[in-house]
Each structure stands twice: as structure tokens, then as C-alpha cells.
Design a protein around this ligand. Structure first.
Ligand code: HEM
Length: 249
């Protein structure tokens, strides 16, 4: 039975923290036929509610179809009774976090939707467990599992968001390097222009003023670029710190 909950120590700590046990998995597994029976009506109710919010409907229409999502949600709903939580289970949840980040679904909308899950599961468990303490144990098992899913999905949502920020920072940093190099070349050009203006004597006087102004602008650009690079470095250090905490927690 050991393999029902992955032995990976990284995940074992989560199970222990949540108090999720093999007994919980066995409890949940026996609800599978009830989940299968209720899946279609639940999924319909779920999306009727979600699509009554125009911002969420827009996200769905832009990224998927109700037909496709309904199938995915049906599978997910039934997977809550799976007797196994292994690496594949974890990867699937992490992928949901990644997907939601990609489509720009803010976590509070995702979290709020679990209200419908709790109502449905409570009603199913109530139907099956007539004894109050058995009801409590079974319902609590689902609560623990759903919290585990939420943790994984939200963790990966933010992890993906950080990756996205890092990529943008790298692009900004590249663009600033180009500006810096243009400023350097402009500076040299303005120096050459000053020399030529001096050679031209009286006739080059106004040109010398222009060359001086251009040089000042080049120096200002270079200073600003350096400041931006310092800010990017500072942001990157902070992001690395957050990633480190995330990876070691
Ligand atoms: C209890 C809350 C939710 C759960 C458990 C959930 C679960 C899932 C799952 C399992 C997937 C499939 C990931 C994959 O491709 O393997 C997914 C994708 C998706 N979800 Fe959610 N979701 C929730 C809330 C929402 C909400 C509120 C929206 C509203 C916009 C939403 C929109 C989407 C969309 C558009 C996709 C992409 C589907 C695709 O690529 O076909 N989800 N979600």
C-alpha cells in the first residue's frame, strides 16, 4: 500500500503536514461510482456558474471551448477519488497551475470555484455516509486532498509567473545594453565632431556647441542605462531569493 502515496520526501512532508493518509485515499476511492454518476450534472452546474461572469467567460472563449473544458473538468472531478497520489498526479496538478497562469486566470477566481466542489462533495458524502463520524472522516479526507491540489496548483502558478518576469527582465536588460552601446558610440562621434569643429575654427563654433550637447545627451543616456541595469540586477537578486525559498520549502 506504500506506493499509494509517493515516497518522495519532498511530497511526504506535504502529506504529513496535511495529515493525508493511505486510509484517506482508501476512503475516497470508494466514492468513485458516485462521483462518476454525478460528474456530468456537476460539471454543467460548475460552468453555468463560471460563465455567468463575463470576465471568466471571455477567458474561456479565448483559450478553450466549453466542450473541451467540460471533459477536462469531468476527469479532474473523478480523479479526486483516485486511490493513488504519485508523481504523475503531482505533475498533472502542476500543469493546471501553469495553464491557469498562461491564460491569466487570477488565483482568487480559481480558488473561489472550489466552493462548488465542496458543496457537491459534501452532498455526495452525505448520501453515502449515514453515520456522523464517518461523514466527518470522509469529508475531511476530500478537504485535505483538495488543499493539496490547491497548494500544488497555486505554487506552480506563481512559479510560472516568476519565470515569466525573469524572461521579461532579461529582454529589458538586452534592450538596455543596446541603448548603452548606442550612447557609447554617440559619445565617440560627438568627440570626433568636437575635434572637427575645433579644426574648422570660427566656422565650426556653432557645430562645437551642438557636438557638446550631443555628448551630454549620450552621457545622460549612459548614466540612465546603468541605473536601469542596477535596478534589474536588484530585481533579479530578489527573484532568485524567492525562487530559492520556493525550491527549498
Ligand atoms: C476549482 C477550480 C478549477 C479547477 C479544479 C480547474 C482545473 C483545470 C484543469 C484540470 C485544467 C486542464 C489542464 C490541462 O490541460 O491538463 C484546466 C484548464 C483550464 N482552466 Fe481551469 N480549473 C478551475 C477553475 C477555472 C476557472 C474559474 C476558469 C475560468 C476562466 C478556468 C479556465 C480554464 C481554462 C480556459 C483552461 C485551459 C483549457 C484548455 O487548454 O483547453 N478554470 N483547469
Amino acid at each position: 500500500m506504500e506506493e499509494n502515496l509517493t515516497n518522495d520526501s519532498k511530497y511526504q512532508q506535504r502529506f504529513r503536514y496535511l495529515g493525508l493518509t493511505i486510509e484517506d485515499l482508501q476512503r475516497m476511492a470508494k466514492f468513485r461510482p458516485y462521483f462518476e454518476k454525478k460528474a456530468d450534472s456537476f460539471v454543467k452546474r460548475f460552468y453555468d456558474h463560471i460563465t455567468s461572469f463575463s470576465n471568466l467567460k471571455e477567458i474561456i472563449d479565448k483559450n478553450s471551448t466549453l466542450e473541451r473544458l467540460s471533459k477536462t473538468m469531468r476527469d479532474y472531478f473523478i480523479s479526486l477519488t483516485s486511490p493513488v497520489i504519485d508523481e504523475e498526479y503531482f505533475q498533472r496538478r502542476l500543469f493546471v497551475g501553469k495553464k491557469h497562469q498562461l491564460i491569466g486566470l487570477y488565483p482568487s477566481w480559481y480558488l473561489g470555484a472550489y466552493r462548488l466542489y465542496f458543496e457537491e462533495i459534501s452532498s455526495i458524502v452525505h448520501e453515502v455516509e449515514k453515520d456522523e463520524s464517518e461523514f466527518a472522516k470522509s469529508f475531511s479526507a476530500f478537504v485535505k486532498r483538495i488543499i493539496l491540489d490547491i497548494q500544488l496548483i497555486i505554487d506552480n502558478y506563481f512559479s510560472e509567473q516568476l519565470e515569466h518576469i525573469i524572461k521579461t527582465q532579461e529582454q529589458v536588460s538586452e534592450a538596455v545594453k543596446v541603448v548603452e552601446s548606442i550612447a557609447g558610440r554617440t559619445n565617440i562621434l560627438s568627440l570626433n565632431a568636437s575635434i572637427e569643429a575645433a579644426r574648422a575654427g570660427e566656422a565650426g563654433r556653432t557645430f562645437a556647441v551642438v557636438a557638446k550637447e550631443v555628448r551630454k545627451l549620450a552621457e545622460d543616456s549612459s548614466r540612465s542605462s546603468k541605473k536601469i541595469m542596477e535596478m534589474i540586477d536588484k530585481n533579479m537578486r530578489e527573484i532568485r531569493q524567492i525562487k530559492y525559498q520556493e525550491e527549498t520549502s
